[in-house]
Write a protein that binds this ligand. Structure first.
Ligand code: GLA
Length: 692
């Protein structure tokens, strides 16, 4: 029985085969190099009892009915005439390299390849490929199927909505299958492709947990099944039926696997590092992330050179470094009913094109970014009138935000979009495109998603210095598939800092701060109607990729002063902040959400403790830090003592000065903060103290 293993610093994956498709016999925290893999594989062979077949079917990398599997199958294919294919694969060979492995199995003119790669970031990436000697129809193909250890009692997956992305939901394991499927043609707010499998006692800062992320933006399917025999399998693949054409080869997207024995933060750390250092390809990694100004919530579709020039001047004087002109600049786009597809400047609003605005922005030492939504088309557009046949889906489909979708599976559509976008990038000095995607698709179609990736890759190859942001009505397309082509995500359209903080905090399990756009919004939130203090709005944005998105003419003097100060703070800290790990704290008080940004070298951190609502108890509870060196000493101080409310009477130590404490004390016992009003935030800076 051959065995294979792959290791990163955080996990070991061991597979073995009895001659058929290999199965995972271990996936967990690292095993010693000396582990006897044959014994490990034998240790996983179960007994048999009544009410079963005479052999226990393998929970293989692709469990199939042809190999006696009676649970959810890892692949479903048929001949082009509709007859189901039920192969019984046999292992053919393994290709072994230091950090990668390919396992080839074959049957009935089909070849199934399971590929694995261990990355230095700590992630193991895996894919499944199917080749056939004749065209076949593929309904479902799982990336390598993994078992989940029996000790876990629950799974955590992610739901959400427009203005409310990244909602973690927990459910217990029980016999039967849990299905999560995004059939909206994008990874989506509703079913983003992430799942966590904690063992009992797992918290943010301690315990064992496994996690998976399917790197695909076109809609995925997850099946987490507990079998009557007690075993558990997890499958991830493209949404069911995504492959619309018969073909001779198919491939899953990469499934990214992480294991942690340091709680959910151990998962967050590896996914954050992997996204930042491997998945995203930065045009210029040395360039600091610029402070953004985005004009959407300031002017919406109402563009005018004088107003936007005035706002740009104000943005620059507050410290902005990139000005992004949002929706409304093209076609005759006065509202969201027309012009998507007509990517030429609206000369009614911009009689001399965008040049005067861009010149002004450049004079202010800012760069210029532009909003586009290339995949979309309005029926009321010149492009639609010229090419109604370019639309994806039925002619009588229901629109979404009044718009239709172009069929990116068609090469002429890709060529056309490349042409218009490249023309814009040639005509104007644009260093950034906010690439939006504002509707649910009428069909699930893998070719559409492949077309989008191809278009983005081609555009980036032609204009390598231009950065892209992935936006889809806020956070509707956030996954490692799109991030291989983009450099920032618009996490949510919700700028209300209380909800934004919640979304940021939960998304931190998967996303590094440098990729997550966060903007200071209007005093009265445009999406919740709540009024929030500038201090809260600004500090919440300053824990991610910082920017402003409001009518800056409406700032009062106090607000402008706070915003200027927080911006200056962010700029002087971003070199380490944008490389930091975001670590979630276990807060003893459910009214307080707290996290740390811990520098890569561990020498400094900033802790944010947000009082989301009024606490039940009278006084703040101690907040325990995490990730520090227990033997080091840290100097900690409150960055914003001026935010103390009048009811803070005794002035606890941090309200009046700094403290020097060991990492051990900070992590074992924690710190006491002053009392806080609801919807306020404490910012605490810490750095390793020099021993004198
Ligand atoms: C989407 C985005 C917003 C804004 C609008 C423009 O909703 O999420 O940020 O760009 O489109 O129409």
């Amino acid at each position: 029985m051959p065995q294979w293993r792959l290791d990163t610093a955080q996990q070991t994956l061991v597979m073995a085969s009895t001659g058929a498709v290999p199965q995972v016999v271990y996936w967990g925290t690292p095993l010693p190099v000396s582990e006897d893999l044959a014994a490990l594989a034998l240790s996983q062979v179960s007994d048999l009892t009544g009410g079963m077949l005479d052999r226990l079917p393998d929970l293989s990398l692709c469990p199939l009915p042809g190999s006696d599997w009676q649970g959810q199958p890892g692949m479903t294919i048929s001949e082009v005439d509709g007859r189901q294919i039920t192969p019984r694969f046999q292992l053919e060979r393994a290709e072994i390299a230091p950090d990668s492995l390919m396992l080839h199995s074959a049957a009935d003119g089909l070849r199934l390849t399971h590929s694995f790669r261990a990355h230095a970031t700590g992630v193991i990436a895996m894919t499944t490929t199917l080749h056939a000697d004749r065209p076949v129809r593929l309904h479902w193909l799982a990336a390598p199927v993994l078992p989940i250890a029996a000790l876990g009692t629950e799974m955590i997956d992610v739901a959400g909505k427009w203005l409310g992305e990244f909602q973690l939901q927990r459910q217990p394991w029980s016999v039967g299958a849990r299905l999560r499927e995004s059939r909206t043609g994008r990874s989506g707010q509703e079913h983003p492709p992430y799942a966590l499998f904690p063992e009992p006692g797992c918290t943010n800062t301690a315990g064992t947990v496994r996690a998976l992320h399917y790197a695909w933006s076109g809609g995925h399917r997850m099946v987490a099944e507990e079998l009557p025999d007690g075993r558990r399998q997890v499958q991830f693949g493209h949404a069911w039926g995504s492959e619309l054409e018969a073909a001779t080869s198919f491939q899953s997207a990469e499934l990214l696997a992480v294991v942690s024995d340091s709680g959910l933060n151990g998962i967050g750390r590896v996914f954050q590092r992997d996204m930042r250092d491997r998945v995203v390809t930065w045009p210029d990694p040395a360039r600091p992330r610029p402070v953004h100004y985005n004009c959407w919530e300031a002017v919406y579709f109402d563009h005018d050179l004088a107003t936007l020039s005035d706002i740009a001047s104000r943005a620059a004087s507050l410290g902005a470094e990139r000005f992004v002109l949002d929706d409304g600049w093209f076609g005759r786009r006065d509202n969201d009913t027309s012009s998507l597809g007509d990517w030429t400047v609206d000369l009614r609003k911009w009689p001399q094109g965008l040049h005067p605005l861009i010149r002004h922005i450049h004079d202010l030492n800012m760069t210029f970014g532009l909003w586009v939504e290339p995949e979309m088309i309005n029926a009321n557009s010149d492009l639609y009138r010229a090419h109604p046949d370019w639309v994806l889906g039925r002619a009588d489909q229901t629109t979404g935000r009044n718009q239709l979708v172009l069929n990116l599976g068609l090469q002429p559509v890709q060529d056309h979009l490349f042409g218009v976008l490249a023309a814009l990038l040639r005509e104007y000095p644009i260093d950034y495109l906010k690439w939006d995607h504002n509707r649910l698709l009428p069909v699930v179609d893998a070719a559409q998603n492949r077309g989008i990736y191809a278009l983005m890759a081609r555009l980036r190859a032609a204009h390598p210095l231009v950065e892209l942001e992935s936006c889809a009505s806020g956070g509707g397309r956030i996954d490692a598939g799109i991030l291989a082509h983009t450099h920032r995500v618009w996490l949510s359209d919700c700028l209300d800092p209380i909800e934004r903080l919640r979304i940021q905090h939960d998304a931190a399990l998967f996303l590094p701060s440098c990729l997550v756009g966060s903007h200071v919004g209007a005093r009265r939130s445009h999406t919740t109607g709540r009024v929030q203090a500038m201090s809260l709005r600004a500090w919440v944005a300053a824990t991610r990729h910082f920017g402003f998105e409001m009518d800056l003419r409406a700032l009062d003097a106090d607000e402008a002063q706070i915003l200027g100060r927080v911006t200056a703070w962010w700029k002087s800290n971003r070199d380490w902040l944008m490389q930091a790990a975001t670590l979630r704290l276990d807060s003893a008080d459910p009214a307080v959400t707290a996290e740390m940004q811990l520098a890569e070298d561990g020498a400094r951190f900033v802790l944010t403790a947000a009082q989301i609502e009024i606490s039940r108890q009278i006084l703040p509870k101690a907040l325990r830090l995490t990730g520090l060196d227990p033997t080091a000493h840290y100097e900690i101080r409150l960055l914003n003592p001026e935010d103390a409310p009048p009811q803070s009477r005794a002035r606890c130590a941090l309200a009046t000065g700094s403290l020097r404490l060991s990492g051990a004390a900070l992590m074992a016992q924690g710190i006491l903060l002053p009392v806080a009003w609801p919807a306020t935030i404490w910012m605490i800076e810490g750095s390793v103290a020099q021993i004198v």
